[in-house]
Design a protein around this ligand. Structure first.
Ligand code: MIC
Length: 639
């Protein structure tokens, strides 16, 4: 029997384990990426391993998140990252170059390679036929040290595409349609693999958007074949030499198949506060909007900005709308400028921001209370925009631009003829935007400003765990709720004692004081706990406050690995009904936990106010050793 494309890449990179769903495998990593908000910890982690230079084919450090410098902290992080990159053999993409996912695709992504990144949207790389996976920072540090990436071998979810997108419908609508049908946990434990005749009508921009939000449907990765579209994209980026044809075998077997007729999709909008809360633009048509932002890792490409420019040609954004453009990359900025797009947008009243993540993670662009913000970004979790009671809606650039014109959510099909976009034959860019590593690394001093605090010491797993339920939360709690972003908190990413003061800030402002008073405790949660960002701070900061176990209905993949990597025991209710009978303030005891973890027990009894319930610990042998050591770095240093 033939193989899927994902299987072929995994097979070629397999160094440990067996390729069957549910088994743990280790795969060789070719490329890594970090971004500044997660990256400072990654380089501290890498440094603690005592390895002089990275052992990957390519590692790139992007500075794209914390680029609004309200005080010295971000700038100090940037200098730390630049000097670390120079010393350890990593390329640096400095602030202004744009979002890692765009720049990586433009300059470095290669079909058939394995890329991992300390950012959940690393899945974007799947648009080029790479196996691209978002992971916690410690796993990136290990890969930079030449270690494999460990994964539970996923199911391969084939998405068979037929038909052709209708005018005014684009890549964002495709992924929103999948989110609408399958929910934010529909892809858990799966790699999405796209195939079929419909692929021909999906350009690289659409593929990037879809692969980007593959993680928002819960998938480990989302992959497209490397075909003529991939070739022409690489050629336009002067990298035709990196192209090779890659696709699934004709008789490949997918664990699941979904047929998607592209011509049946209409303009869609995700409503607050989850990307899977999807309605049609037509249903929401007429709702007042106060802010429209086009850009981000999801929709910040040349095409995305040019279609907005075409919509705005000869027109002006509505007076009541703050119309904002966040270019995905410097290359996009330069090419859209060259083709006249920015002139149109500026003339139409757009506010042009620097290339980067910005408002997508609450770094500026916070909306006013009680107003609707319509964005082309990937996430709309409560409070993520920087305004606690925000109302963020997500859509395509077409719907965003149409809505900016009228000041109301607008189905873009009302605009008449769908404009054609002209592409430059080759994109202009300057290779020197990327700063190569130092040729004389020994002489490079790492610049450690006062914002870079040492990595906290984490002790090994105790014999037994006891404590109170410090907080009980419901389903789909994102890492943005566990440890928020925003320009107040993000600059503290390199300072765990300081950032830990914001754990669960959006949910319950008294959480930190309670955790400190009780000397730590246990968190209880619902389904898909820890969805969203890969930020390991959402595990490390609670651990710093003494949280040693979480009991939930189900975990999101990256957060669960992060919990293990920082020594927090990730338990799942055997009977989800037990969730209803457990409350904040209840006394929890988990006896002989260390012995049970070491013995390989999957069923872990937990006493709740003296009454026993059963929970499940579904982790590999390797992860059990990590938990016992108190975290991945402790274990790596022991080994
Ligand atoms: C996100 O989109 O949520 C982020 C901000 O890019 C995060 C990374 C972070 O929290 O630093 C992610 O996706 O991993």
């Amino acid at each position: 029997m033939g193989h899927t494309l994902a299987e072929k890449i995994i097979k070629e990179h397999l160094v440990e384990g067996e390729m069957r769903p549910g088994a743990e495998i280790g795969i060789r990593v070719d490329q890594t990426l970090t971004q500044d908000a997660t990256g400072t910890l990654v380089y501290l982690e890498f440094e603690s391993l005592g390895i002089p230079r990275v052992r990957t084919e390519l590692s790139v450090s992007y500075v794209d998140h914390n680029i609004i410098q309200t005080d010295f902290k971000n700038a100090e992080d940037h200098r730390f990252l630049q000097s670390s990159a120079a010393k350890y053999g990593v390329c640096l993409s400095p602030p202004g170059n744009g979002v890692s996912h765009h720049v990586h695709r433009e300059r470095f992504g290669i079909p058939g390679k394995v890329l991992i990144g300390a950012d959940s949207h690393t899945t974007t790389g799947g648009c080029l036929g790479m196996l691209a996976v978002g992971v916690g920072g410690a796993e990136v540090a290990m890969a930079m040290a030449g270690k494999p990436l460990y994964l539970t071998f996923p199911k391969i979810w084939g998405i068979g595409l037929t038909g052709k997108l209708k005018p005014w419908v684009s890549g964002k609508d495709v992924i929103l349609e999948l989110l609408r049908r399958f929910s934010a946990k529909g892809g858990l434990g799966k790699i999405m693999e796209f195939f079929g005749p419909g692929l021909a009508s999906l350009d690289m921009s659409a593929r990037g958007t879809i692969a980007n939000m593959g993680v928002d449907i819960g998938a480990t990765a989302a992959i497209f074949p490397s075909d003529d579209e991939t070739r022409s994209y690489l050629t336009r980026n002067r990298r035709e030499g990196d192209w090779k044809e890659l696709r699934a075998d004709p008789d490949a077997h997918y664990d699941e198949v979904t047929e998607l007729d592209l011509s049946s999709i209409e303009p869609l909008v995700a409503c607050p506060h989850n990307p899977d809360n999807v309605k049609t633009a037509a249903e929401l048509d007429g709702m007042d909007v106060a802010q429209v932002i086009i850009g981000s890792s999801t929709n910040g490409s040349y095409r995305d900005l040019m279609i907005a420019a075409k919509v705005m040609e000869g027109k002006k954004a509505h007076d009541t709308v703050s119309f904002e453009i966040n270019p995905g990359s410097r290359q996009t900025l330069e090419n859209v400028a060259m083709m006249g797009g920015f002139l149109t947008l500026i003339h139409a009243g757009a506010r042009i921001h620097q290339s980067g993540c910005l408002g997508c993670i609450g770094m500026g662009q916070a909306p006013a209370h009680g107003t609707v913000s319509l964005r082309t970004m990937p996430r709309n979790f409560r409070g993520r925009s920087g305004t606690k009671d925000d109302a963020v809606y997500l859509c395509s650039p077409e719907t965003a631009a149409a809505s900016a014109l009228f000041g109301k959510i607008t189905d873009p099909r009302k605009l008449g003829t769908y404009p054609e976009i002209e592409y430059p034959e080759v994109y202009v860019f300057n290779e020197d935007w990327i700063i190569p590593p130092a040729k004389n690394p020994e002489s490079v001093e790492i610049i450690r400003g006062s914002n870079i605090k040492p990595f906290p010491h984490l002790g090994p797993l105790e014999e037994s765990l006891a404590g109170e339920v410090l907080l009980k939360v419901s389903d789909h709690v994102s890492t943005d709720l566990i440890l928020p972003g925003g320009n107040r908190i993000l600059p503290l990413r390199s300072n765990i004692p300081a950032i830990s003061q914001f754990v669960f800030d959006v949910v319950d402002e008294s959480f930190v004081a309670r955790a400190q008073e009780k000397g730590g405790g246990i968190i209880v949660g619902g389904e898909n706990y820890g969805q969203g960002s890969s930020r390991e701070h959402a595990a490390l900061a609670p651990r710093y406050l003494g949280v040693r176990a979480k009991i939930v209905k189900s975990f999101a993949r990256i957060h669960k690995s992060n919990l293990v990597n920082f020594g927090i025991v990730p338990l799942e209710f055997m009977d989800p009904g037990d969730y209803d009978n457990i409350n904040q303030g209840d006394t929890i005891r988990i006896s002989a936990i260390k012995e049970r973890v070491a013995r390989g027990d999957e069923v872990i009894p937990v006493s709740v106010n003296g009454k026993e319930i059963e929970t499940r610990l579904v982790i590999s042998e390797r992860e059990r050793r990590i938990l016992i050591a108190g975290g991945l770095l402790n274990q790596a240093k022991e080994a």
